[in-house]
Design a protein around this ligand. Structure first.
Ligand SMILES: C[C@H](O)CC(=O)SCCNC(=O)CCNC(=O)[C@H](O)C(C)(C)COP(=O)(O)OP(=O)(O)OC[C@H]1O[C@@H](n2cnc3c(N)ncnc32)[C@H](O)[C@@H]1OP(=O)(O)O
Length: 725
């Protein structure tokens, strides 16, 4: 039954008669089955021993608990580990043993009490916390609901609306807020935590403090009619925000059942629903994303070499446009002093103003105070020459995508920056070897590809060439972590991983439209699948100028699999260049609302004539499933090439790149994970069939063909990686 043998609890009984039970399972004291069984043994012992009057539950090394052991989810799903029988933990251990005990218990919370961790704490009769502790029920981010009584106790402790908000957003609250909400009873410093908790437990015993079984609290719950109104509203919101997800609705149902039929009925319903959801595709996908995201910073041959990241004390950014100012914002927000260089006063001021505006929008949203804004901005200095580059540790170039300009800049940087300085480029498509061609510093040249807006989007694509030194990669990984980005380390090629994988996406959409599919049906089908927007709405947002410039990189580099449609250039000639011109595939009103435009038919007709293709009646009645597959299977095909060429080291890195760089729905597990749910044979046969009808654009690559022939998953590790890394 053991999922993690290092997990255990200890029990120490003090002279005051208080037993301290400590959860131990590094790094976050997760509740593996070993920990839970040991917890039950310790608890039973504490209840039996005459010298124990009261109990304090806490976690080792300043962390209460990060919740149920997520590494065991896979074992339960695959049937390798038998899941505990429903209700064993939530009813038998936490309710009937802990909460119903004749001895009072207090949770002493430092660091974090998340998921099952908070559920254990809520079953205690009081909670003492430090102000920095994070308390929450983030189970929904993993595709399940709280399963140790959280759906019943949290509403009774903090009220219905707040509890639903905490569960549905998966966002934790800090100690102080938890105190204000009534989730914890007192806030103390870490040094006083255990002492206060043990005193509190004795006070409960002596009747000086209330003995509260939270499962039976009623004062925070609205009367049934009012509660039902709140639940109805929240249910409608959940349906609207996540129409493809079932588990938020299950969570709301379970909360409702507890209010209508009593907390015990709620507990049993919760246990049953938890077990069901644990086996759902959504849960499998989200758990995969959880671990894949944490795995991106482990790069074989680089991060396992014992290299220590060097300290980056000052960063320079070249170019104060949208990207440069966004990158500067991300850096100063994490306390890096930054020099922003532009070519003239006007552009420089524009860049500095953009950074200020980025910070101001945080102030407006209540995420930052005015005072903090000024303090943060004081880390940013403007420059028009390279004088202040003499002591920088890292430069990030973010100028327009022009090869000769970038070559000149890198030659200048080599002259002015110190010899240890990392020379990074934010290019999204250009080969880094070309950029560094005029320097002798290839070992410190690296790609730092941010996604727009750079201070908001979570992904950082770190691009290494054959010559980039491992130390420089380790340094940039560290900066990425400090500025709270998820880094994905990839090899050097046109478009790197994210843009290259996704270039067939728009192309497939154009191919379909020229053959008779409807622009708006495509966008609707793709949005329904879970993308934030369809490919045509995305083109409008990015702007046709950018779409044409990046498209031409692929035409040059991968001519055999590029679909050359003139639709976008034709529209651009007519000054329809996307949202910025208020007209693209859609027309836009002043409030950025996109409306379909029948006018686009004439451009489609013209593009069709240039391509020399005819309308295919089949394309006019594609199902949503067909559309999704015809757009995403070419993406899978390109992702396979990227993987086979060793541009990505792990298929899971491509999943994270798709989710964080393109907004691919995480509950589908990322592009390769989703592909494996369809199967390599199926994907190969679909692409092969389309390539016969519609041409080489759909031709399955050799890797896909080989995997399909073996019936093997696409994401299994490469046998012989032709690594470019
Ligand atoms: C029945 C119950 O209701 C069901 C549950 O409790 S489900 C679990 C609910 N809990 C959660 O969702 C919390 C998930 N964890 C997190 O959000 C974050 O890891 C955290 C806030 C706890 C810590 O964040 P941070 O300090 O940035 O460290 P992070 O890198 O994420 O995690 C550190 C390590 O702990 C592991 N870890 C974190 N939470 C874990 C958990 N609940 N189970 C197993 N491992 C866990 C991570 O995988 C990572 O392992 P690695 O070092 O091998 O990559």
């Amino acid at each position: 039954m053991s999922s993690n043998p290092k997990g255990r609890t200890t029990m120490e009984v003090g002279a005051d008669g208080v037993a301290i039970i400590t959860l131990i399972n590094p790094p976050v004291n997760s509740l593996s089955l070993d920990v839970l069984q040991s917890f039950k043994r310790s608890y039973d012992q504490a209840l039996q021993r005459d010298d124990v009057k009261a109990i304090v539950v806490t976690g080792a090394k300043g962390k209460f608990s990060g919740g149920f052991d997520i590494t065991a989810f896979g074992g339960f799903q695959g049937g390798k580990i038998p899941a505990p029988k429903p209700g064993f933990i939530s009813v038998e251990i936490l309710t009937d043993t802990l909460e119903a005990a004749r001895k009072p218990s207090v949770a002493a919370i430092d660091g974090l009490a998340l998921g099952g961790g908070l559920e254990v704490a809520m079953a205690c009769h009081a909670r003492i916390s430090t102000s920095n502790a994070q308390l929450g029920l983030p189970e929904l981010q993993l595709g399940v609901i709280p399963g140790f009584g959280g759906t019943q106790r949290l509403p009774r402790l903090v009220g219905l609306s707040k509890s639903l908000e905490m569960m549905l957003t998966s966002k934790p609250v800090k100690g102080e807020e938890a105190h204000n909400l009534g989730l914890v009873d007192a806030i103390v410093s870490p040094g006083e935590l255990i002492h206060t908790a043990r005193r509190w437990a004795l006070d409960i015993l002596e009747g000086k403090r209330p003995w509260v079984p939270s499962l039976y609290k009623t004062d925070k719950i609205e009367p049934l009619g009012e509660a039902r109104e709140i639940l109805k509203f929240v249910r409608a919101q959940a349906r609207k925000q996540a129409p493809n997800l079932e588990h938020p609705l299950v969570c709301i149902d379970v909360v409702e059942l507890g209010i209508a039929s009593g907390p015990h009925a709620g507990l049993w319903k919760e246990a049953e629903a938890f077990q069901g959801l644990l086996r759902s595709d959504t849960c499998k996908s989200l758990v995969h994303i959880f671990f894949a995201q944490r795995g991106t910073s482990r790069v074989p041959g680089i991060t396992d070499q014992g290299l220590v990241p060097r300290q980056i004390k000052k960063v320079a950014i070249l170019g104060g446009g949208l990207m440069g100012s966004g990158i500067a914002t991300a850096l100063i927000l994490s306390n890096y002093p930054v020099v922003l260089k532009e070519v003239n006063e006007k552009f420089l001021q524009g860049g500095l103003d953009r950074v200020r505006a980025n910070l101001q929008s945080r102030v407006k949203k209540g995420k930052m105070t005015r005072e903090k804004l000024e303090k943060t901005l004081s880390l940013l200095k403007g420059a028009l020459d390279y004088e202040s580059f003499r002591d920088v540790d890292m430069v990030i170039e973010a100028v327009i995508e022009n090869v000769s300009l970038k070559q000149q800049i890198f030659a200048d940087l080599e002259k002015y920056c110190p010899p240890h300085c990392i020379l990074a480029s934010n290019t999204s498509t250009i080969d880094l070897n070309l950029i560094g061609e005029k320097t002798k510093s290839q070992d410190r040249i690296i790609g730092a590809h941010f996604f727009s807006p750079a201070h908001v989007m979570p992904l950082l694509e770190i691009v290494r060439t054959e010559k980039t030194s491992p130390q420089v990669i380790v340094d940039l990984l560290d900066v990425g972590k400090k500025i709270k980005k998820t880094p994905v380390v990839v090899g050097n090629c046109t478009g790197f991983a994210v843009n290259r994988m996704f270039f067939p996406y728009t192309q497939a959409a154009l191919l379909l439209v020229e053959r008779g599919a409807d622009v708006y049906q495509i966008d609707r089908a793709i949005t329904k699948f879970g993308m934030p927007m369809g490919p045509f709405r995305l083109c409008d947002l990015v702007g046709f100028g950018v779409a044409i410039a990046t498209g031409s990189q692929y035409v040059q580099n991968f001519p055999e699999r590029t679909y050359k449609s003139m639709l976008i250039p034709l529209m651009q000639e007519d000054k329809r260049a996307g949202e910025s011109t208020r007209k693209g595939f859609y027309v836009y009103n002043g409030k950025r609302k996109a409306n379909p435009d029948p006018e686009i038919k004439k451009y489609i007709q013209k593009a069709r004539e240039i391509s020399g293709v005819n309308v295919d009646p089949k394309m006019m009645k594609l199902s949503d499933k067909d559309i999704v597959e015809m757009l995403f299977l070419p993406v899978v095909n390109e992702a396979c090439r990227v993987f086979a060429e060793g541009i990505a080291v792990k298929a899971a890195d491509l999943d994270i790149a798709a989710v964080m760089g393109m907004g691919y729905p995480p509950y589908r597990g990322g592009i390769m994970f989703w592909a494996d749910s369809l199967g390599s044979k199926y994907i190969y046969s679909r692409l092969e069939e389309w390539s016969k009808t519609y041409g080489g654009f759909f031709k399955p690559c050799a890797y896909l063909a080989e995997r399909a022939a073996k019936g093997a998953p696409l994401s299994s590790p490469m046998e012989q990686t032709k690594s470019r890394l």
